[in-house]
Ligand binder design. Sequence first.
Ligand SMILES: NC(=O)c1ccc[n+]([C@@H]2O[C@H](COP(=O)([O-])OP(=O)(O)OC[C@H]3O[C@@H](n4cnc5c(N)ncnc54)[C@H](O)[C@@H]3O)[C@@H](O)[C@H]2O)c1
Length: 594
Amino acid sequence: MGREFGSVGVVGLGTMGAGIVEVFARSGVAVTAVEISDVALHRGEVTMRGSLDRAVAKGKLSAGDRDALLGRVTFAVGLDALHEVDLVIEAVPEHLDLKQRIFAELDRVCKPEAILATNTSSLSVTEISVATTRPNQVIGMHFFNPAPIMKLVEVVRTVVTSQDVVTDIEALCERLGKVDVTITDRAGFIANALLFGYLNQAVSMVEARYATREDIDAAMKLGCGLPMGPLALMDLIGLDTAYEILDTMYRRGGRDRRHAPVPLIKQMVTAGLLGRKSGRGFYTYEKPGSPVVVADELTPATSNDSGRPTHIAKVGVVGSGTMATGIIEVFAKAGFEVVSVTRGAEKSAQVCERLKTSLNKGVVRGKLTERDRDAAIGRVTWSATIDHLNDVDLVVEAVVEELSVKKALFASLDEICKPGVVLATTTSSLPVIECAVATERPADVIGLHFFNPAPVMGLVEVVRTIRTSDATVNTATEVCRALAKHAVVCADRSGFVVNALLFPYLNDAVKMVEASYSTADDIDYAMKLGCGYPMGPFELLDVVGLDVSLAIQRELYLELREPGFAPAPLLEHLVTAGYLGRKVGRGFRDYSKR
Ligand SMILES: NC(=O)c1ccc[n+]([C@@H]2O[C@H](COP(=O)([O-])OP(=O)(O)OC[C@H]3O[C@@H](n4cnc5c(N)ncnc54)[C@H](O)[C@@H]3O)[C@@H](O)[C@H]2O)c1
């Protein structure tokens, strides 16, 4: 028979502790919540009540249940209040010496059979455990933020944790309605080891003014379907906590430079900009602890202008692939005249067929009237020669991803198109400046990186080169607005925003499997249930294609020369073996038997 855990203690009522108290109290467990001082205790209680009141206001919790839940919580100052509990979860700041001191004290105060758990994100559970006389009863219980919502708990066993303790904690997680993955003691465990390099890299983009905070966050939300952008997530985690986690991961995790905290984080922590909890971090909040973002001096002015840029009426789209077809649909539906240029009448007929099929689906799903469909088709003219682009106002190139082909095309466009026309490439990996300098008008050349499927995805990365004019950027963003797409402006660097942040994370996940730290299934669970990602990294790799992912990762590595970006050998091997993902029936998973 396993342990019952009738009462638990939580030490530290900050961002995580307050949420962890709520998790236990919601499951009917009596909780003693402990803080270091009356002031901190009061602050923790206010945070917790605020969260519960919001749940009541949203209809997710009844007022009666809230009161019953609060009735199960005893608030106290000092660890002595924990002498009777069966389990303690420590959630104090991420400092090893502090945690060791607390564990030594808990060891003295708590009954001998009590289990002592730490919520550390990056410190060694083993090092914490040896501060006690019962290291076999010390374990990691790593909850995710916000604890009442995120389903995952990483259960961290050290080399001395008893098996019965692991089993009992796993059973407890289930009772709490959580999904656990049990892993060994390594810096960052699964989720943070994959998350924090990405968060740090996003901060470095802000620091380098590569793109704005709003654009980076919007790019990851709209481009990858993440529940929040990396900078908003840094604010939720707390910049002081994030700094400590990165710093520990850097020191414990092989001194990977991608975990060396970006200097801006330290500066913000020193200035008291800790994120939501202090009312200001990357964004400014209504008040400390509030999730409501308010405008500040960095907030971009909102434009009420939803009309079309008057000087863009006719658009040329070059190419006959998936992206070109989607882009034609997007422009035609938004009311632009479109000239489609392919390499021959047969290709044009195929694109036209695919366009009609897609628009018909829209009609069947009730998203488009038959009249709108016919009008959209009527706006497209089909051609097999780029000479017909002599009177368009904007060209979007979506031909094969080969620099020589794109450069030759831009040189021809330069000869054919009117002066002042915006020439855009939808390349996802090549330097836009290469296309620009193939023309005599580099100021008019820009990247318009649509996402697949273009009619569905709400994001366009607007890539300005060092030669692109402001007028061209403005026209491009206005066009995106007319297409009802969210434009994110960024500089001309490999991977732009989305791929530069996404693929290193996917590559890291592959390296984690390669190192036998965890399995593809557990890693997918961890990212979905711990971080709210719509797909786990291995699901996504199989959908995107392992060959495509490898090519993008290679580009990033070659351009940025970051050792941590080197493609995972396992990814290379799978591609060599022809395991390219869903499209061939096998990638990280085998789809042929499903
Ligand atoms: N913030 C996150 O998203 C997140 C997610 C998972 C795990 N964690 C981990 O949880 C732990 C806590 O992080 P946080 O973000 O909640 O930090 P926090 O700074 O928000 O809260 C820490 C709390 O501990 C209290 N405290 C400090 N010393 C104490 C003592 N001696 N006795 C009792 N209470 C004390 C502080 O008053 C504060 O309220 C860290 O180990 C962190 O790595 C954080």
